[in-house]
Design a protein around this ligand. Structure first.
Ligand SMILES: Nc1ncnc2c1ncn2[C@@H]1O[C@H](COP(=O)(O)OP(=O)(O)OP(=O)(O)O)[C@@H](O)[C@H]1O
Ligand SMILES: [Mg+2]
Length: 505
């Protein structure tokens, strides 16, 4: 089958040909006709099999064939990460080159000004992460009342605990009459009912069973003690066949630590995680794409959707706790029909998680037995030990947060900017974020969402958004007082703030 037989319009056909696509992938063959027929759809296909074009191509065609004046937002694609929003934006522009349609991408972590300017010019297709989208809706810069197509890329991630509130707030802004599309490589049972509550009379397309991994990925596991994982990684990277490796760690600090160790060992590496600025994240990704660094060390922000063609190896430095995450992580290799290798480093305490992964993917992952750091510790941690460790880890994380806050440069709190004037199609929402939020709740209720998960008006901002508020620097005097506090007897610690400390010493 070729793209022509899917009734794709000539302009898009030309773009696909220029991109090097000769025939549609199975998910594209099945999804494109359904999307063109305006059906709601859940599309499930393995990682790297072209789900993006499966929705982008028919969306571009639908919108281009029924033009509307004034550039209102007609299609919205939500993604869990900023990098994925940017990547989808690039893909829409690639497939839609020459069409009279504007695309716009909005995401957090950077100034909103350029994005607002872009929105003001008008865009039929909006690619967004939910936090920034809700922010700009609250400020009156975005009107979704003309929306025709709503897409959740990485749908199961968008509907899990981390995003569901934001997504529901967005849905509450959308017209009831619309086409809903969802795509992912995994579909956990727990989100099934949520999916059903959003899609209307959907077609379900499953090219392969959900959560299966691409056969072209050679999967292997090394059983190793936790404290030897760094050395094992350096040993593994001595293999010259590893041209480009993506290493996943569980924590941001873990990622930084791995980069430090690799750099010391003379291996070029960069890190991408949530503590880095958006510019640093993009820079690390670009360096890795251009082969300026051989290794990219990432937390799970890079696990979903990111498409870098030449990754030869994925390493799970830590085993993910959520089995689906494994499927997405290793899916960063062997994309678009190529092959790749995924090697997991599993310590005794992660064995149970790895078993769950094998159960999900319905495969037994072969063990690499011949390596210089075989597992010595064969006794898993007791429940109490695990809890103690967790408490310690949380305290360390809190301490690190505090240190960051102390380091943060003092910034003046400037008055919030007034929304600027809007073009004709941009509906100016006069009620603030709070008013919008309550409107959102009403609409969410109307759409029969489960009651318990309707967000409270005050809890809307996600922690990511909060971190954008400048943190005033603590004065030296206050800092000294806080440090001395721990030497005071407990009742005295809550003395009135205006009483000098010496009275109590
Ligand atoms: N018809 C096609 N022919 C050749 N290559 C294609 C085709 N469609 C998509 N690709 C390429 O396949 C790669 C993977 O595509 P895409 O990122 O859409 O996969 P995906 O299914 O969304 O994966 P993931 O589940 O990881 O998000 C991309 O590099 C894309 O350019
Ligand atoms: Mg994708």
């Amino acid at each position: 089958m070729d793209f022509q037989s899917l009734q794709i319009m000539p302009e898009i056909l030309k773009n696909l040909k220029r991109t090097g696509y000769t025939e549609p992938t199975p998910i594209q063959q099945k999804a494109i006709p359904q999307v063109l027929q305006k059906r709601d759809l859940f599309g499930c296909a393995q990682t790297g099999t072209g789900k993006t074009a499966a929705f982008a191509v028919p969306i571009l065609q639908r919108l281009a064939q029924a033009p509307v004046s004034g550039h209102p937002i007609r299609a919205l694609v939500l993604t869990p990460t900023r990098e994925l929003a940017i990547q989808n934006y690039d893909n829409f522009r690639l497939y839609g080159k020459g069409l009279p349609l504007n695309c716009c991408v909005i995401y957090g972590g950077v100034s909103q000004n350029a994005q607002v300017q872009q929105l003001k010019k008008g865009a039929e297709i909006l690619l967004a992460t939910p936090g920034r989208l809700n922010d700009l809706i609250g400020q009156g810069y975005i009107d979704l009342s003309h929306l025709e197509i709503f897409v959740l890329d990485e749908a199961d991630r968008m509907l899990d605990m981390g995003f569901i509130r934001d997504v529901k707030r967005v849905i509450a802004q959308l017209p009831a009459q619309r086409q809903n599309l969802m795509f992912s490589a995994t579909l956990p049972k727990e989100i099934r009912s949520l999916v059903d509550s959003i899609l209307q009379d959907p077609i379900e397309i499953s090219v392969t069973p959900p959560s299966t991994t691409v056969d072209a990925i050679a999967q292997e596991v090394c059983y190793v003690d936790k404290n030897n994982k760094g050395k094992l990684l350096i040993w593994a990277l001595k293999d010259p066949r590893i041209s480009s490796a993506l290493v996943f760690t569980r924590t941001k600090h873990g990622a930084d630590r791995v980069v430090r160790d690799l750099t010391r060992a003379g291996i070029t590496a960069a890190a991408i995680h949530g503590n880095k600025s958006q510019n640093a994240r993009q820079a690390a990704l670009t360096k890795f794409r251009c082969h300026q660094v051989r290794v990219l060390v990432a937390t799970d922000i890079a696990a979903r959707g990111i498409d870098i063609p030449d990754i030869s190896h994925v390493f799970n430095f830590d085993i993910p706790e959520v089995p689906e995450t494994y499927v997405h992580r290793i899916g960063r290799t062997a994309r678009a029909g190529s092959s790749g290798t995924a090697i997991s480093f599993c310590s005794i305490d992660e064995k149970a998680d790895f078993k769950q992964i094998e159960k999900l993917i319905r495969k037994k992952v072969p063990e690499i037995k011949e390596h210089p750091y075989p597992m010595q510790n064969l006794v898993p941690m007791s429940k109490e030990e695990r809890q103690k460790k967790q408490v310690k880890r949380r305290a360390a994380a809190q301490a690190a947060r505090n240190r960051r806050m102390e380091k943060a440069p003092a910034q003046k709190h400037s008055a919030p900017k007034k929304p600027e004037k809007h073009t004709a199609h941009q509906n100016v929402h006069k009620n603030g974020a709070k008013g919008k939020a309550s409107a959102g709740i009403d609409a969410a209720k109307k759409q029969n969402f489960p009651k318990a998960s309707v967000p409270a008006a005050k809890k809307h901002s996600r922690p990511v958004e909060k971190s954008r508020v400048p943190v005033p620097k603590e004065s030296a005097h206050r800092q000294v007082r806080r440090d001395l506090m721990k030497y005071l007897p407990k009742p005295l610690r809550s003395r009135p703030a205006d009483q000098p400390l010496k009275h109590h010493l």
